[in-house]
Design a protein around this ligand. Sequence first.
Ligand code: SAM
Length: 299
Amino acid sequence: MTDVPQTYDETGAVVHCQLFYVNDSQQAQVESLQSLIAEHTLPIILDIEVATEKLTQRRRQQLSQASTQPILLLDNKDKLSWLSDGLSVAPEWDKLQRRVVSAGRKSELLLQAAKITSDSHVIDATAGFGHDSLILASTGAQVTMLEQQPLMALLLLAEQQRMSALPNWQKLMSRLQIINADALSYFANLEASTVADNATTIDVVYLDPMFPEDSYQDSKTGKGAKVGKHMQALHQLARPPTLDEERQLLSSVQAVVKQSMQGQGRVVVKRPQFAPLLADEPASESWHNEAVRFDGYFV
Ligand SMILES: C[S@@+](CC[C@H](N)C(=O)[O-])C[C@H]1O[C@@H](n2cnc3c(N)ncnc32)[C@H](O)[C@@H]1O
């Protein structure tokens, strides 16, 4: 991890965040953020302030540099973003509208790999900004989104709430369930419980774990994915798993899908195109373009 403020902690310690809002009419939005934190028992304490100066790019840089805590901004359109190194990052699901509307197996490699239908239940175990979850949910499938970082989980929950107010998005939003949890413990618990305890089936589990920041492109040819601002920001928060964690996660996820689907399920793993296999485990089938690869494990 680089430049990680001390308030971040993988042991589940409380995260103190500064929240700036821009005008007094936003009290209701601030309260609803507090309610989301309480309802989902997110270990986050907000130190709330109204921004007295205009939040220009220069001011954002200053705030980022001066603070040891993560900073959240509630802008004048009530969009919640995280100020990471002076750059505001947010899920911004509305920007994916065209992609979501036209998403299908032809246009989305992820959907070719996942092969889901509107009856499916998918767990996106590494939700991040939720972009891949939206593509998965565009099929009509139910998507459970796991995100280990409380700050990211809050951004996702706030975005779900904001987008649920837009009539065109309501159905899709109702198919998303966001949970602040570590996938390793979540699947270990599921694995330990009996089939009877697990009422809902899990057709597909999708994994897009962090990958070392300098390894998205092939070192010789320079080919591969560019690291966008969302991924750059995530690298401040989360680290790539160790080989041991990769093995534990993949085997526990495979066991749960196998138990649920008895040979009809799959685990799909996203990797940069030239990246090694997750946990060094050979895939049943892979799909790739010039930037990314999806490895499918049929279980
Ligand atoms: C590469 S990003 C995923 C990006 C995502 N696919 C998207 O479309 O925005 C990985 C995310 O998974 C989260 N993550 C990593 N390991 C996790 C785990 N064991 N359990 C839950 N979330 C995890 C990280 O905090 C990060 O937000």
